[in-house]
Every structure is written in structure tokens, then in C-alpha cells.
Design a binder for this molecule. Structure first.
Ligand SMILES: [Zn+2]
Length: 241
């Protein structure tokens, strides 16, 4: 693996052209994650997955984007949200730069739900430019979470500052987990999950679900599952290039 930020330009070009030509870009967010998890939770998770994926593929690891489109959490002070078009433009520009350095495939490891749509649009725009990009939204996480979780989610598929995310940070950066936080199970209105809604009216602390049963061991197992599934997808794609 080559860390692009530590390499010289000639080293990056040589690594991409001499190897499999994969560049990995983690994209996260600066977003409230309750009273106990850091603002960079989604960035840390994306970085942890990207790091292991890049290592397994001997890829070039690009510096993480530490901001994302987190409009739904923007009612909580401390969250910094980018406009979706900013996320899309960032990913397109970074993809073009990576391709110019010799990347055959840009793997975007996305850690934030709000980035999904703009990153998918960026991948389509890059494809139209002849640059191949794939966006991975933590594949395998839902299934692993279903298997490992002891608490019920606050809403189907919702993971925010609860058991799953707290387990992930306990596995990745335990010193950044500041104590525990109380469970919050809001009464969501009809249409939640399909209609765009900001989250702050539903949980004062910013927790959605129960962080109580979180453990580092669960976080490690969740990461393993996401890395395994990510690599399976990328290997399949590389075989078809
Ligand atoms: Zn998160």
C-alpha cells in the first residue's frame, strides 16, 4: 500500500502504473454523534475500512475527505454539512486527479449516509469521462449488524451513535469514546426514512438507539465483515476490467 500524502508524485505514478492501478478514497463527515462519539466517527470508519482494503490490494490510499453531506444532522450545532453538489464535485475532481496519475479504478469508501446520492452521481460523471469509479457504502454492514446486535435499531436500518457505531469506534479509536450515553427511541412520524427530515427534533442527545451493549469485539467483527465484502466486490470488478 502507498499512502499518497506521504509519497512523492513520481512514487504515486510509479505505484499506480506498476501495480493494479487502484486508488482508494475514504469519504466521511464532520457530524454530531451524540455526547460520547467524535464528530469524525464516519470518517474514522471509512478510513479504517479504506486502510485495510488498500493494504490488501496494495493500492494507493488517498487522504480522507473529512466532511460530507449531512443535512439531516445540521440542526445539531457542531455538525458541518457540505452541499450535495460540493461532495459530488469533490469526488469528480479527486477521481480525475487519480486517473491522471494512472489509476484504473477509483474505490470510494463512503462512511456517511448523506454522501450516497452525490457520490453515486460523481461515479456516473467519472464514468462518462472514461474514469472507472465504484462507491462502497460499507457493504456487508447491515447483515453483520443484524447478526451481532443485541439492541433493536431506532428505525429500520438506522445506525447513529448507537450500538453499532459505538462498537465501530471502540474498535478503531477507543480513546475517542467518551463514556456512555443513554438509549433514545424516538417516536418517528409517518414517512420517516422516505421523506427528507432533519433529525434534531427527535433526539436531544443525538443518539438514535442504544449504545449500551457496544463492545470493541463487535466493532472488530463488523469491520471484518465490511472489509471482506468490499474486497469481494472490488476483486470482481477488477477481474472484469
Ligand atoms: Zn455515523
Amino acid at each position: 500500500m502507498l499512502r499518497a500524502e506521504d509519497a512523492t508524485a513520481p512514487q504515486l505514478v510509479a505505484h499506480l502504473s506498476g501495480g493494479r492501478g487502484v486508488a482508494v478514497l475514504p469519504v466521511g463527515a464532520l457530524e454530531q454523534h451524540g455526547p460520547h462519539l467524535p464528530l469524525a466517527t464516519d470518517t474514522l470508519t471509512a478510513q479504517a475500512v479504506a486502510d485495510r482494503v488498500a493494504d490488501a490490494l496494495d493500492a494507493a490510499l488517498l487522504p480522507a475527505v473529512g466532511y460530507g453531506a449531512t443535512w439531516n444532522m445540521s440542526g445539531y450545532p457542531g455538525t458541518v454539512t457540505l452541499r450535495p453538489e460540493t461532495v459530488e464535485a469533490l469526488a469528480v475532481d479527486i477521481g480525475r486527479g487519480a486517473a491522471a496519475a494512472g489509476a484504473r479504478l477509483l474505490v470510494v469508501v463512503n462512511g456517511d449516509w448523506g454522501n450516497r446520492a452525490p457520490l453515486a452521481r460523481a461515479a456516473a460523471a467519472l464514468q462518462a469521462d472514461g474514469v472507472r469509479a465504484v462507491v462502497l457504502d460499507h457493504p456487508g454492514l447491515d447483515e453483520a449488524a443484524e447478526r451481532l446486535r443485541e439492541s433493536r435499531p431506532a428505525a429500520p436500518g438506522l445506525m447513529h451513535a448507537e450500538e453499532i457505531e459505538t462498537s465501530l469506534v471502540l474498535a478503531i479509536a477507543p480513546r475517542l469514546v467518551q463514556g456512555g450515553a443513554a438509549a433514545v427511541y424516538p417516536d418517528f412520524p409517518p414517512g420517516f426514512g422516505s421523506v427528507p427530515m432533519r433529525m434534531h427534533p427527535f433526539s436531544e442527545s443525538g443518539v438514535f438507539g442504544d449504545p449500551g451493549p457496544a463492545t470493541a469485539a463487535k466493532g472488530a467483527a463488523l469491520l471484518d465483515a465490511v472489509v471482506t465484502e468490499s474486497l469481494r466486490l472490488i476483486e470482481g470488478l477488477l477481474a472484469s476490467l
